[in-house]
Every structure is written in C-alpha cells, then in structure tokens.
Design a protein around this ligand. Structure first.
Ligand code: ATP
Ligand code: SF4
Ligand code: MG
Length: 341
C-alpha cells in the first residue's frame, strides 16, 4: 500500500479528531546507577492523533524504547522521569503503580521484538490470551475464552482452534508475534506501541505482520507507534515520522514530506548512505560514520556536530532548538539541508 493510500485510509473521523490522543512534552529520562548518570531521553515532544501511525526511527541507543516504556510505566526505579505525557488528557507520569496495573494494556499496549521471551513457555496459547482478556474485564471465563478465540481469528492466526491448545514453542516466529498482538489487543487499547515488533522476522513475514497492524489500525481505529531501525517500514506504513538522535527528536514531519524534503543532516545521512534505487525495500538504518555521543556527557552544542558535514562553529557551542521550520515539518538544526534527499 502506498503512503497516499495509507493517508487516505486513515482519514477516518477518528483520525481527523483534533484532540490528540497522546501529547508528549519535554520528556526527559535519566538513569542514575553506580555513580553514573545516563541521559537517555533529553526533551522529547510530539503529539499523536487517534488512529494515526507514527514511526520513531533512530540508531541504537537513541532513546526510542526508553521514551516508549516511560509511557507504559515500565521503567526501573533507577529512572528519573520529568516532563509530561498526557493520554486523553490524563497525565501518565503521575500514575501510581496500582493505577498503572489497571490502565496498562487497557489504554496503551505494547508488542515487543521478542515474542519467545514475552510469552510464557509453559502455558497454552489460548490460556495466555484468555488471562489477558480476564485481566481487564468482569465477564466470566467462558466469555473470556470466546473473546480469546475471536482475537486469534482477528490476528489471522492459521488454524486458530488448533493453536489455541498449543504451546508457544509449537508456533513459528510470525505466529508467535500474531499471538502477542492478540494479547496486546485483549483490552481494546487505543494506542499500540510496536517496539521493533517485526525486526526478528524474515522479510515476507515482516510484511504480513505490518499489513495486519495496518488492517487493525483501520478496522479498530487503534493508533500505532512503530519503533524501528527500518526506514523502508517507516516510509511504507507511517503517517508521521520522528527521527531521534541522542534522546531528542531531531526531525518530525509527515512521512512523505520527510522523505521528499529532508532538512536534518542526520536524517539525510541515514537516507543517503544507501543510494535510493539500490536500497532494498526493508533496509536497516545504514551505518553513519562516527559514533553517537556519550549519553553520560552530552556536548554543549548540537549532539550530531562531531559527525556532521554541515557543522559550523556555532553548532559546537549552541544546541539548536527543535522548531517548526515549515508548516508541519520540525527540525533541530542551525544549517538545514535545502534540497531533496
Ligand atoms: N535501565 C537502564 N539503565 C541505564 N541505562 C539504560 C537503561 N535502559 C536503557 N539505558 C540506556 O538508555 C539509552 C537509550 O536506550 P534505548 O533502549 O531507549 O535505545 P533504543 O533507541 O531503543 O535502541 P535500540 O535500537 O538498540 O533498541 C541507551 O544508552 C541505553 O544504554
Ligand atoms: S546543528 Fe549543525 S551540527 Fe547539528 S545537524 Fe545542524 S548543521 Fe549539523
Ligand atoms: Mg529499543
């Protein structure tokens, strides 16, 4: 499906809803352990409307998972979190663990990269989904089992009746990921965070799981945050894209704008490292020369300066603000690129 078709399909009343589902503002996460301070997320802001797909891309260690786990109350006690994350107007960062237990999975659910580790190997598939349904509903066990069966059909698990009674090791990686999605959907969340949910799968299965997520987004109106290293995935499936670097958003735009009129040299480096025509459809983020900055000692200026071919003297002393340079297109750069990528 092309990005135009994706955009058209998403133009449902829910997608046009002007009230954002999620508003993240100046989110900061730091970890203090054994005398070391890691500044993992450093002022991340974005909005997500109902029924939209937002891709968050960036190199390893850029803060994609930490910033998303903060939205689920899933960070360890060594994390200090500041800023704001409002979900339908409720401040998530102030919820107690008791409130989290009630809300986690019900408002926002997460699908992780590794279903083998997330599923209980000693429990049948059907039982695991039934338990997820019962955790958020007052119905009886029979109704929960029926709902679990329905969820398996919804995620198009082949032979769902048979699989219901099987254990995770009897399923392929793609099937296990479908089961994880069924569990995530058990309480009808309004937002699904897929953290590298298809990375471990082969390209064909990856495309099938992505098509499934897209279909669910359209049928159920679920918003999706797609965390990925995969530029092709962001280009094919997301409405909006955030590029993260050193715990910050450095570029944010509708997917098409971002790929047609890239402004941030970091994004351009990611896109340009493989010539467009030679880029395989699901290319991983190419290696950009140099290393991301040390998150325990961030430089005073732009964190990308040591790797940036456009850097001027000012870049080493002043951090560029993340600002809306063109309508709907944000970037954090003193000397943005001018042309197409
Ligand atoms: N519990 C923790 N304690 C200390 N540092 C942590 C902890 N969890 C994550 N970090 C650090 O926070 C930074 C951001 O990590 P994060 O997992 O968000 O990166 P990511 O963008 O998801 O990377 P990847 O693409 O590899 O999954 C990294 O430097 C990581 O080492
Ligand atoms: S602010 Fe300067 S160093 Fe940073 S990306 Fe822009 S040009 Fe490069
Ligand atoms: Mg991660």
């Amino acid at each position: 499906m092309s990005i135009d078709e994706v955009a058209e399909a998403a133009a449902t009343p829910a997608a046009r809803d002007s009230q954002p589902l999620l508003e993240v503002e100046d989110l900061r996460v730091r970890f203090d352990a054994r005398g070391r301070r890691v500044n993992a997320v450093n002022g991340l802001s974005y909005r997500l409307a109902a029924g939209r797909i937002l891709a968050i891309i960036g190199e390893s260690g850029s803060g994609k998972s930490v910033s998303s786990r903060a939205l689920m109350g899933l960070l360890p006690p060594t994390a200090s979190i500041t800023g704001s994350a409002r979900f339908r107007g409720t401040e998530l960062l102030e919820l107690s663990e008791k409130e989290w237990r009630k809300r986690r999975g019900a408002d926002i659910a997460m699908v992780f990269q590794d279903p083998a580790r997330s599923l209980n190997p000693t429990m049948r598939i059907g039982t695991q989904i039934t338990e997820a349904v019962r955790a958020h509903s007052s119905g009886d066990k029979k109704a929960a089992r029926e709902r679990a069966r329905e969820l398996l059909r919804l995620v198009r698990l082949p032979a769902p009746e048979r699989r219901f009674h099987e254990y995770p090791h009897q399923l392929s990686g793609g099937m296990r990921q479908r089961v994880m999605i069924a569990i995530a959907l058990a309480a009808d969340p309004k937002l699904l965070i897929a953290d590298e949910a298809t990375t471990a799968l082969d390209v064909t299965t990856q495309a099938q799981i992505m098509d499934l997520l897209l279909e669910l987004q359209q049928r159920l109106g679920t918003a999706i945050i797609l965390i990925s290293h995969d530029l092709g995935l962001a280009a094919s499936y997301a409405h909006e894209v955030i590029v993260m670097y050193a715990g910050r958003a450095v570029e944010y735009a509708p997917a098409r704008t971002l790929f047609d009129r890239v402004r941030m040299p970091y994004t351009q480096a990611l896109l340009g490292a493989i010539p467009r025509l030679e880029r395989p459809p699901h290319a991983k983020l190419p290696v950009t020369p140099g290393q991301p900055p040390d998150l325990t000692a961030l430089p005073p200026g732009c964190p990308f300066a040591p790797r940036c071919s456009r850097a001027g003297d000012d870049c080493h002393t002043k951090a560029p603000p993340f600002a809306e340079g063109e309508p709907g297109h944000w970037w954090a750069c003193w000397h943005p690129c001018e042309g197409a990528s």
